[in-house]
Design a protein around this ligand. Structure first.
Ligand code: URA
Ligand code: SF4
Length: 229
């Protein structure tokens, strides 16, 4: 018999290690006749993948009938600490892009492909360093995102970066090649992908300004598709 002692399960501690054992899918935790509040409450119990040990779950946030849903990768360090999506550095850049495009952040629903922050500890600093979620984790967490889309029915879905694209558009999809223009998808009337705002922040010094401009232009392309107010 294999006993799962190799990985210590410390529960949902923000200071503990990140990684445990999950059931394989969040579908095991989806409530019957889901509503957004029911989903949000149920997600706190999720052990669909091993990331349940990595801190608190950060669910999507926004109005009940948003026109636009933006989907990121996973919460970051600050998002996990505060319990809200897109409140750290990438969120600040996203805010600026939305504002410049004339989109009110309060009018959009913000969520992530993966609802837990995956990290590893820095060797010396012990800082929590972001780790990209793997295929199994993205797949395991997808039922939450699918239900958010089903319940909220946004007219426009904005896919931010490769992880969200992998979850919603498949692994073959390349955001760098298909960014800024609508892609064929049954998920919503309009689905537009662009890069993740973190990729702008990570760009080399001499490329960052252009990366920022390109990202802002993609968000402006989303604004153009909003129904006139
Ligand atoms: N990056 C994301 O993809 N999502 C967040 O919520 C924050 C940073
Ligand atoms: Fe569940 Fe998603 Fe967290 Fe994994 S990352 S435990 S599937 S909520």
């Amino acid at each position: 018999m294999i006993v799962a002692t190799a990985k210590k399960r410390t529960g949902e501690s923000a200071t503990g290690p990140c990684g445990g054992i999950g059931t394989g899918t969040a579908a095991d935790y989806i409530p019957a006749r889901p509503t957004l509040p029911k989903l949000r409450a149920a997600a706190t119990q999720c052990r669909g993948c091993g990331l349940w040990t990595c801190g608190r779950v950060v669910f999507g946030e926004g109005p009940k009938s948003p026109t636009v849903m933006l989907v990121g990768e996973q919460p970051g360090d600050q998002e996990e600490q505060m319990g809200h999506p897109f409140v750290g550095p990438a969120g600040k850049l996203l805010d600026a892009a939305l504002e410049e495009a004339g989109i009110d952040r309060k009018s959009v629903y913000l969520t992530n492909a993966v609802k837990h922050f995956k990290f590893e500890r820095g060797e010396k600093s012990k800082r929590r360093i972001h780790k990209k979620p793997n295929d199994a984790e993205i797949r395991a967490c997808r039922p939450w995102l699918e239900k958010e889309i089903e319940v909220l029915k946004p007219r426009i879905i904005v896919v931010l970066g490769a992880t969200a694209a992998q979850s919603l558009l498949g692994k073959q999809f390349r955001v760098t090649q298909q960014r800024g223009k609508p892609v064929k998808s049954a998920l919503a009337d309009t689905v537009i992908a662009t890069v993740h705002p973190s990729s702008v922040l990570r760009a080399p010094d001499d490329e960052r300004e252009q990366a920022r401009r390109d990202f802002f232009a993609d968000i402006r392309a989303v604004a153009k598709r909003l129904p006139a107010r």
